[in-house]
Design a protein around this ligand. Structure first.
Ligand code: C5P
Length: 224
């Protein structure tokens, strides 16, 4: 069967990555978590005390950043490596979520990440999730999904996810972080989060994870 490019965009914590990951594994496609790339850049910038307003410093730092995804041989989990180090757990923490939207609104950061994402997805047979995949990275993607969900439901899901990893955070703090990120992501000058005209909206507020996956797989069947 012909392989296609599937773009999954939407607000923070709508279930984009879990759904995209499962859909990719069902189809035998590769999965690329572009949020993990922006989170890794944020981690690097924080660790190296990069001044976000200093263009030269930012550009130089970007030259020293190498991000790759590797499959864990034990559990098959897709993990993010920053300059050879496994940062999968670190980049999911709230202190990174607090800063990532600011970092990802920098034009030079976006240009570097978009170029890498295009290289990673050029062979098709890819499910890529993020904020600008259907609008900027792959505007010709055969299938574009735009995920939404009620903010309180999103925050509750994220709280459970963090708790499972041992990070206990107040619901209010998570909700505030989601709203702050959504606001920055949708209003930034450089490729703001918006639904592509030809994207199909999937509201995940009141459907189960399996139903989300089924809904997307059905759309894939129609698109190929
Ligand atoms: O998807 P995730 O919540 O991990 O993304 C973290 C942040 O990275 C988003 O809030 C957004 O600021 C940024 N991002 C982006 N463009 C993408 C993916 C993520 O700006 N394609």
């Amino acid at each position: 069967m012909q392989k296609i490019t599937i773009a999954v965009d939407g607000y923070s914590s709508c279930g984009k990555s879990t759904t995209a990951k499962r859909v990719a594994s069902k189809l035998g496609y590769s999965y690329i978590d572009t949020g993990a790339m922006y989170r890794s850049v944020t981690l690097y910038f924080l660790e190296h005390h990069i001044t976000l307003t200093n263009d030269k410093e930012v550009e130089k730092a970007l030259e020293n950043i190498d991000i790759e995804f590797r499959r864990n041989p034990n559990d098959g989990r897709n993990e993010t490596f920053l300059n050879g180090l496994n940062v999968e757990d670190e980049i999911r923490k709230l202190y990174i979520a607090d800063k990532v939207s600011e970092v990802s609104s920098i034009a030079a950061v976006r240009h570097a990440m978009v170029a890498q994402q295009r290289r990673m997805g050029k062979k098709k047979g890819v499910v890529m999730d993020g904020r600008d995949i259907g609008t900027v990275v792959f505007p010709d993607a055969e299938l574009k999904i735009f995920m939404t969900a009620d903010p309180v439901i999103r925050a509750t899901r994220r709280q459970i996810e963090l708790a499972e990893k041992g990070e206990m955070v107040d619901l209010e703090d998570i909700l505030e972080n989601l709203k702050k990120r959504d606001l920055i992501d949708t209003t930034r000058k450089e490729s703001p989060l918006r639904k592509a005209d030809d994207a199909i909206e999937v509201d995940t507020s009141y459907i189960t994870f399996d139903e989300q996956v089924d809904a997307v797989c059905l759309l894939v069947d129609e698109a190929v």
